[in-house]
Structures are given as C-alpha cells and as structure tokens.
Unconditional design. Sequence first.
Length: 574
Amino acid sequence: MKRVIALSLMGLTASLAFAEIRYSVGVQTEPGRWLVTIEVPIRAAETQLQMPNWAPGTYSLRRDWNSVEAITATIDGQAATLGKANDYTWTAATPKGKTLKVTYKLPAAFNQERGHFSGPSTYLYVVGRKEEKTRLQLTLPEGWLSFCGLEQTKVPHEYVAPDYDVLADNPVSVGKLTYDTYTVRKVPHTIVYHAGNTEKVDRKKVLDTLIKISESQAKFFGGLPFKKYIWHIIVNDAPDGGWGLEHLSSTQIGMAVGFGPGIQAVMSHEYFHAWNVKRIRSKVLGPFDYTKLPITGALWWLEGVTDYYAYVIPSRDGVFDKDFWMRTLLSNHQQVRRNPARLRVSAYDSSAKVGEAANGQGNSDGFEISYYDLGHILGMCLDIELRHQTKGKRSLDDVMKSLFKMTHNKPGFEEDEIRKQLIRVGGAAMGPIYDQWVMKPGDYPVEDQLKKVGMEIAQMEESFTKLPVDVMVSRDGMKVEKVPEGSELQVGDVLKAVQGDNVPVSQRGQQTFLRRNIERLKIGDEVTVQFLRGTETKEVKIRLVEGKRPVQKIQPRTGASADEIKLREGWLGR
C-alpha cells in the first residue's frame, strides 16, 4: 500500500505574492521518498537552483544531486522547462510570472513511522539568493511530531530561517518519536530518538549526563548562544562509541545503546561545537560556498581543540573522571607519534590541504594525519604553555572566550587571528611557539609540557582481556597472526564479528573495536566469533584469556615543585 502524506504551504496558491523562499518536505513511506517543494518569488529572467556539493561540518565532496528524482517545475501553475547547467545546477527561464515552483523526490528510509533528514542533502538553493529569508512548512498526520532547531511559528510544524545557510544547518526529525526534555539557563533542550532500538536505551542516564554536559559548558562560556537545542539521535546496537555532526542549535548523533564514556565524549564534543565552529569560525565557514570545499588552516583548532575541551570542561566539573581525560590525552599523543606523516605535515597543512585527500574528494579527518589528534594535543600544549608563561594567571580558556566574543554574530576570524590571540593572552613568546608547533611539522614537546604542570608519562604493565589469538589490524581486515595449539582459528583467518558486532573496515576502527568489544569483558568469558577463511564464513565459540602489555600512564610526577603543582591544580581543576 502506498501512503502519501501531502505537505501544503498553508493553502497558498502560486498567484499569491510572498517575500521569502518557501520549502516543504513530505514523506512517501512506500517506497521511501522525501517529497520536496521549493517556491521562489521570480526576480530575474533566469533562475538557477543548486544542490550543495558538501555539507558544513564535513570536509568531503558529495554527489547528492545524483539522488534527485522526478524534478519538475511550474511558473504560476503552468509547466516550465528545467535545464541542467552542470551536475548540480538546474536552470529555468523565468521572464514572466510571480512564482517558480520546483518539486522533486529524494530517497528516504522510514522505520516505525519515524524519519530524519539533513538540509544540505535535501534543499536546493537559489543561486545568488541564499541570503533571503526562508520558510519551511510541514503538514503531518495526526499524532506525528516534528523537531527542528529553527525558530517555530505559531502554525503547527512551520519553521522560519533568516537565510538558506541557517535553514540547511538545521536537520529535521518527524514521526511518532520518543523524546525527553530538559532546561539549562532557561533554554529548552530536546533529546529526540528518531531511529534505532530506542527501547534498549537508558534514557534517564542519557538525560542526566546531557544535563551535566550542557550546564558545564554553559558555565564555561557564561551562557548559551541559542534559544533552543535539539539532540537528533539514532541508536546503534553497540556497547560504546558513535559519531556526531554539529549544527547551530542542534546536533546529529549516532549513539551506542551502551552509552559508555566514548559516546558521552562525542556528545560533549558536538555540544561544544555550538560555540567553536558554528560561531567561533574561520571566515570561509559562513556564509558558505557550497560548490567547493572551504580552505582553512584552522581545522586543528575548530575540531581538535574542540575535542580537547570536550574532555577538559566535563572533567573539571566532575562529569567525566579525570583518569578518562588523561587516558584520552595519552591516546591522542600516541596516535600522533605513531604516524610518520607528523614529520612532514603540520597541523596547519593537515587542515588547509584536507581537500587534497582521497584524490581530491577530501575527508573529515585531515591531510595524511588527523587534525583531531594534532589539535587535541596542541590544545594541551598551548594551554599549559599559556599557564606557564603567565604564572597561572591566563590560559587557553581566555583565547577561546576572546574568539567567541570577537566572532559571535559577526564575520569569522582571519587565518592569523589565533596566533594574535595567543600573543595577546600569553605575551610575545607565544608567536614563535605558534609558528613552530602549528605551522611546521615535527614532534610536539608533550613530555616537557607535562613536566611544567608536575606530570609525567610513566611506563608500567597491565593485565587486559584478550582473544586467545594474536590479531593484526590492516586494510584487509583484522587478521589472525598467531594461534595457540588446539585453536579452532587459524593463521590468516579474518575476523568479521564478535558477539554479533561487526568488525569495522578502518584500521583505527578495528583498534577501537578491540578495546570496546573485547577488553570490556571478563577473562574467562565465552564469546562467539565469526570469521572468514578463504571464501567461507565460519563461526566458533572461544574463551577470552588474560594478556599482559606494557602501558603508559599520565600521572603526577614525584618531586614536582610547588609552582608546578599550583599550575597543575589550575589546569586539572581542583
């Protein structure tokens, strides 16, 4: 049975004059399609519409225009011809008339009468008119809800935005949705579960944690920069971890049902982006040119330093355990030291050249080395250096807050502004330090910086839970390298899943998989392992064993001076 839900624009006809560009997005559940309409007041002899080539928050080219189906146009109700200037640009001759109306379909997935979409892959924009006001009107079946970070009018399911950038930056969830609400600093927040097995989620734990994260970051900045906030969540059947994509007054989250510290840190990261990236930003990050990837050398700051503060702020306020913060610092440091690209690619170039990655398609991690890892460690090094240079009077917090004051509701910063702010806060010595650490490749003086706050990286041994075989992560998958006598696994077998959880394709994902899916279990536990031997998929039950490995740990240094301890207390938070 085909169910079509029509979305009207309050019954307005094409002959009625209006000022803004109007959108509607509806659903056709079988087959799954979004039904999109855009109504444009005609202002020129030709009107061009484009689909974005990339989505803010990600730095890779997309081909969303390939998904556009059954696109048609009318002018004042009469059929009009649409031409193609290129893959992502449609043109219409509009010499006369009041309204151009374009309708098209996009593939969609609906589950249990729930759906979700993001703006850049959904809305065409009118070339040369992205700054005009927009209106989004949804007409939904009785009992359906809609959630969006945009300003809502008094009309049900109607939202307005000051321009296309803001419209596209606010994803939408619709349907019979599960949700929770809370308020911080008089600002309403909504946690919306739009897909996945929400019945397994400990919603109270999620709610309590997000309240604490929101309160700690609001305290850091002295308020919140939005009038409402939406957490759009898809639930993944995993013990921990996930992903996120930031927006002005919302975020999209892929959340592990286990809701462990890994996904909690992701959520803290995305919430902090409401300041750093969405408001504290390079000039090229708004207004946007959607035809090509932006070029900025500051992604190490916008992403990596965001990641640093995603741990710092909740740890100082007791939301996260400080040992969790230190383990994460060390993990990022080790990731950087293991990558030989650190000796040829600077943090600035990892950011500025990201569009050259993947044969010119770009990625959301960095050119040859991750700007997340580099920026996280740079954040620590710069924070400690500012405290050291000013004898504890100033810190990286002052730089972050100053940048927010400078760019909030104003154009973004120039490429050298972070350097200027570091000098303003920490003195002239910070200029050459920035030039060395940010602009040039090489190792960061992590050990020296930790010493300045009475800390050190100590060597020790720890027990851990492991598979009774040795495995190697690789581009070809997680391969068995060594097996004990009598094992049902053989050298060369490729692990595909453990306890029903699939092994990731990426090498970094494989390393995380071992930590989250094996090491969290107890020695002696029995697990089901699915593996590939040649072309045949097999499955066995194996018992986990104890392993020993050398480890490093960031800890207080014996013999630290009183001044170092004082700096440490300020850095960690008492």
